[in-house]
Design a protein around this ligand. Structure first.
Ligand code: NAD
Ligand code: TDX
Length: 339
């Protein structure tokens, strides 16, 4: 039995991970430590909340006393650190909480992993640590880090600390760097859910700059299967890129969403660009494919369709979110963006 401390398990990727694991594995016990910030949502975990191999703890990864207690009480053997402040635009509005959670929080987890001698520590990082690409080329694991937003810089700092704990103390760290995820339960501040929900409400769809920035998209289940594989077979001290080779300019995604929802392109509004906006991401994931035999299984065409349908069928999930503090965030984010 593995006793895994999953942090940030009430967020988008973490909750999909927990749902996936508890449905498919009986040899894993999960302690989910999540602060339940604006992005954490226990509704994502309704199907598993009473599962015998699952326990939820509301708390902060920066709280060393709590983390120490959980390692001891649940005899933690593995850590998967999803917890983070994850939205680039929010990091541009204010960077402090990004440094606190993403850097100090990771450090607290690493210290405890060292103290208790875990078998593996999976640090969930991002392709954004590599910076921005021109029209050609891809991010390799060896690409030098050049983070451009406060979010990306905080994730890069956490990666460096994790690798330092491997080299100095032999903490069995493995780092994953994935490209842009989409799927069920994604908070509607990120491109895809934001555009779906705005379109459903006949609100303007704010496209930054010329709409030609490119992201490399992966369905969240494919990402999580890669994380599961890294947990099992990933070599310690290594970094694994994860992606599905699905590059799309933002405007293409926005138009696809409008088309599927039967809405007019007139809802599109080009707004002022994100400051420091990375132009293009493209990830080379040959290493995880060759060394761990991972392959993405979902096609973009069918998984994006399912994702849009899920938001159509689950208005209760997102209506609760957008009726809360979300409106203040939205006003703050978009009041200064109109061209
Ligand atoms: P998210 O914002 O949806 O969820 C983050 C979760 O972490 C929330 O449940 C939140 O409550 C929790 N959290 C925040 N601060 C915490 C703290 N101090 N202590 C405990 N819990 C805390 O994020 P996501 O999109 O699910 O991303 C998960 C991870 O994957 C992040 O580390 C992110 O950097 C990384 N990542 C995301 C993407 C993407 O496209 N979303 C791509 C690559 C990597
Ligand atoms: O309203 C919008 N309009 C718009 O044009 C929003 C929210 C975004 N965009 C653009 C900016 C980006 O080029 O869409 C693209 C995607 O934006 P986000 O969804 O904010 O994602 P991104 O900035 O690429 O970062 C994401 O991928 C890597 C995640 O948020 C990170 O957590 C992850 O590490």
């Amino acid at each position: 039995m593995k006793n895994i401390l999953v942090t940030g398990g009430a967020g988008f990727i973490g909750s999909n991970f927990i749902n996936h694991i508890l449905k498919n594995r009986s040899d894993i016990f999960i302690v989910n430590l999540d602060k339940l910030t604006y992005a954490g949502n226990l509704n994502n975990l309704k199907d598993v909340e009473n599962h015998q191999n699952y326990f939820f703890v509301k708390g902060d990864i920066v709280n060393d006393e709590l983390v120490n207690y959980l390692f001891q009480k649940y005899e933690i053997t593995h850590v998967i650190n999803f917890a983070a402040e994850s939205h680039v635009d929010r990091s541009i509005l204010g960077s402090e909480v990004f440094f606190r959670t993403n850097v100090l929080g990771t450090n607290v987890l690493l210290e405890n992993a060292k103290r208790f001698g875990v078998e593996k520590f999976v640090q969930i990082s991002t392709d954004e640590v590599y910076g921005s690409l021109g029209p050609v080329g891809e991010f390799e694991e060896t690409t030098p880090l050049q983070p451009n937003s406060p979010y990306a810089a905080s994730k890069a700092a956490a990666d460096m600390m994790a690798l330092a704990f491997y080299h100095t103390y032999h903490v069995p760290v493995v780092i994953t760097r994935c490209s842009n995820n989409y799927g069920l339960y994604q908070f509607p501040e990120k491109l895809i859910p934001l555009m779906i929900i705005n379109a459903m409400n006949n609100k303007k769809l704010p496209v930054y700059g010329d709409g030609l920035n490119v992201r490399d998209w992966i369905y969240v289940i494919d990402h999580n299967k890669a994380v599961e594989m890294v947990l099992e077979k990933g070599k310690v001290g290594e970094v694994y890129n994860i992606g599905a080779s699905t590059e799309k300019p933002n405007i293409e995604i926005v138009k696809l969403i409008l088309k599927q929802l039967g809405k007019s392109d007139k809802l599109i509004e080009y707004v002022k660009d994100r400051p420091g906006h990375d132009r293009r991401y493209a990830i080379n994931s040959s290493k995880i494919k060759n060394e761990l035999a991972w392959q993405p299984q979902y096609s973009f065409e069918s998984a994006i369709k399912n994702t849009i349908n899920w938001y159509l069928e689950n208005e209760n999930w997102w209506k609760e979110i957008i009726s809360g503090d979300y409106q203040n965030y939205y006003k703050l984010q978009y009041s200064s963006r109109s061209n």
